[in-house]
Each structure stands twice: as C-alpha cells, then as structure tokens.
Design a protein around this ligand. Sequence first.
Ligand code: URP
Ligand code: ZN
Ligand code: ZN
Length: 462
Amino acid sequence: MGILIKNGEIVTAKDRYIGDIYCADGKILRIGMNLEKESAKDEVIDASGQFVFPGLVDPHTHMELPFMGTVSADDFENGTAAAIAGGTTTIIDFVVPARGANIFDALKEWKEKAKKAVADYAFHMALTGWFDHTAEDMRRCVQEEGVTSFKVFMAYKGAIGIDDGELWQALKAAGKLGCVLSVHAENGDVIAHLQKKFLAEGNTEPKYHALSRPSPLEGEATARFLALARMTGAEVYVVHMTCREAVDALAKAQRGGQKAYGETCPQYLLLDDSVYEKPNFEGAAYVMSPPIRPKGHGEALWQGLQNGTLQTIGTDHCPFMQKGQKEMGRGDFTKIPNGAAGVENRLGLIYTYGVEAGRFDLCRMVDLLATAAARIFHLYPQKGTIVPGADADLVVYDPEGETTIAAARQVSKCDRNIFEGMKVKGRPTYVIAAGRIQYKDGDLKVERGKGRFLKRYLTVAQ
Ligand code: URP
Ligand code: ZN
Ligand code: ZN
C-alpha cells in the first residue's frame, strides 16, 4: 500500500511549499503537484491547511537505562511509541556500559532490548573509562557496527564519569577516526564535594540537587572540554546545554573555528528552578543533570538557537516514576534518579513556544528538531528531510486547536510530566514511520519490533 499526502505545506530546513508526496515501500518516491494514486489500495491523506514535516529525530534518549540503582521507566517499545505520538520517528539512544565492561557486550545487550522498538533507532556509544583497548574498540564500533558517535560524562564521578586524562584520550581517538564525541559537561569533582557538604549540613531536599550543581560548573566543564577538543582536533557535540556560561563557551569555540555543536532541551528553555520548591517531594520529578536553571538562562538558550550557536533540541528522555523510583531519594537528594520524560512533547512545545512565539520560523524548527541531528550524526538524508529516496518518515501537523499537557493522557509510562498543564498549539494528525501510518488523529497504531537499528557510516561531509 502506498500513501499519497495531498496539498500539505511541506516544510524542510530549507524550504516551504504546497505540494503532494507519494510514498511506497517505506520510501518517499515522488514530490510534486497534482500527484495521483498509483494503486487502488493507496491511502490518500488530505493535508490541506496542515504542515508536513520530516519525521523528527531525537538525538538524545535513554530508554530502559540502568541508572542510579534503577532503570528508566520507558522501555524501547513504549518509549518509541511515545516518540511517535510526539512526531519523532527516529531516536538516537545511548549504550552505557558499566565502567570496565566490554562495549561490544553492552552493544549486544542494547540491541537486544531495542528489538521491540516501534520506531527506528541508532546508538551513541558511551565511553565510561579508558583502557588499552578502547581506541581499537572505537574503531571497530565505527567500522564494524555502524556506531559512529561516542559520548563521555564529565559528571557522575565514581560511576560512569571519566577524568581529564581519559577525556583527552577519547578526544584524540575520536579525532583520528573522524567521528563526533559528545559530552555531558559538568565539573564532577566539585559537584561531588558540594553534594557531601550539603548532606553533612543536613540539607537533603530535592532543591539541593540544583544547588550542588550551579551553572558556572557547567560553564567551566564546557570550556575545558572545548579547549581540550581544540588541541586534539576532534569534532564535538555538547549535550543538554542549560546555561548562559555554557553557550558563551561554545560560541567562543565556534568563533575560533572549531567544529563544535550544541544541544539544548525543552525543559531548559521553558522551566526555571522554582520547580525545586514544590512541596511534598514533587521537586524530585524535576531532578535531572544538569538541573533546571534560575530564570534568565532560558533566554540565553533561545538566543543561542536563534543566532546559530546551538544546532539541536533533543529531549534527554529518561523518565523515572515518582512512586518507587524518585522516592528512593527521600532523605538524600543524591539518591533521586536523575532524569525526566520529554520525547512526546518536544514538537508541540517548540512549535508553540518557538515558532508561534515568533522566536524562529518553521524551517529553523525542522532543522533544530530533525535535520541538524541527522546531519551531525550521519543519518542524513535517509532521515531528517523530505526528498525522494529518503525514508517515508513524515508528520502531518494541524496548527489549529490547543491541547494541555497531562501525565494522565501520555503514552510514556511515567506518572509525572514536567510540562504538566502547559498549553500546546496544534497537534500531529498523522505520523508515518518508514511508510507505515503509526498515528492517526490521536490513535496510536504501532507495531512492536518494526523499528530498525540504523547502521551509520562516516560518509556525510558537514
Ligand atoms: O538527568 C539526566 N540527564 N539523566 C539522564 C542521564 C544524562 O546525564 O543524560
Ligand atoms: Zn547527561
Ligand atoms: Zn542524557
């Protein structure tokens, strides 16, 4: 069965025009005017008055991640279903081996877990330590496994975090291979000191999570990471940037000619640290790293998106239930599992508070939510754009109407939504993934196991 989408306003990162799209066998076959059905069985979608976006790419998710003594609450099936409901048809998740574990065993484990995904997925490989064999492991990841991007954590010291010597070696190896190294940039040593100090003083509430990780510690780590990257020549990507100091450090590196990219997430654009004051331990729902920042930082991030310092908006989707999971940190904020859901809400939030609010146009939105991530992480043009030959991943978005975000109505299994009560303009009416209609007017019809592992190749010039 083919799918013919008629009369929608097709939006890519470069272009906007009214036209028709014909898809079959999982691919976009034709784009033009007055296209006709090619078989009696073809489904026709009338997209008049609606936008047609490429299926969105989320470069930062953590489905069923073992983390901080528990496992994130959305598995690959449910998490990718939540993604589809929010217009995201491709995720890039993180393989996070325990320090010292064999990374190919970890990759095998993640591939096994992800077999039930309903949307396509790729993996970044986290380097949680540096050993004699790691550079060779990285080469094999890229050349044999199609995993072409890596990640390091400067936070989470004593667990998955690495030190500067290890970071240096990871940067050198990534530079040599020509692949992107991502970083979670926070000064882990100072954070560990502040956490101890707060606990020793009897300060155990969720708000001390944020107070033990102030924004200058993210700015310092970002600047240090970028300085080391400059010395090694590696191409780098800073994940979940939250603050003015980090954006300034990235802008400076880019002015110096470095190939350095930045990602932020809706929670850092739209929320402020007053969330940690919520009574009854509700602040725990917002415990993530880096934390939500004081008012003002969000504006610096919006500016970074507007002036091109930041390239992508990911979600860092990593939900934990309030009941049974976040509660593990009652009496000790360092034991609250870090993370929150977001994959389902990214498009609505950024359309509403980015495009509708006049901060940037639709083409820039598509770039931020799909195209740039596909390019940086070697999925373009299979993903992230609308051209003949690309995967038939498409979102038909009706800009009319308004919905209110509520955990009670979400696909994610999480019992909280950090955007609860926020109003969102418009909604996806159809989400098509690899040529399958997976979402239609609020009805999710996903198929377990239909998501494919995306092997990537270092072929795209940036
Ligand atoms: O708090 C967060 N962000 N949890 C997920 C792991 C990470 O640091 O991205
Ligand atoms: Zn992180
Ligand atoms: Zn993350």
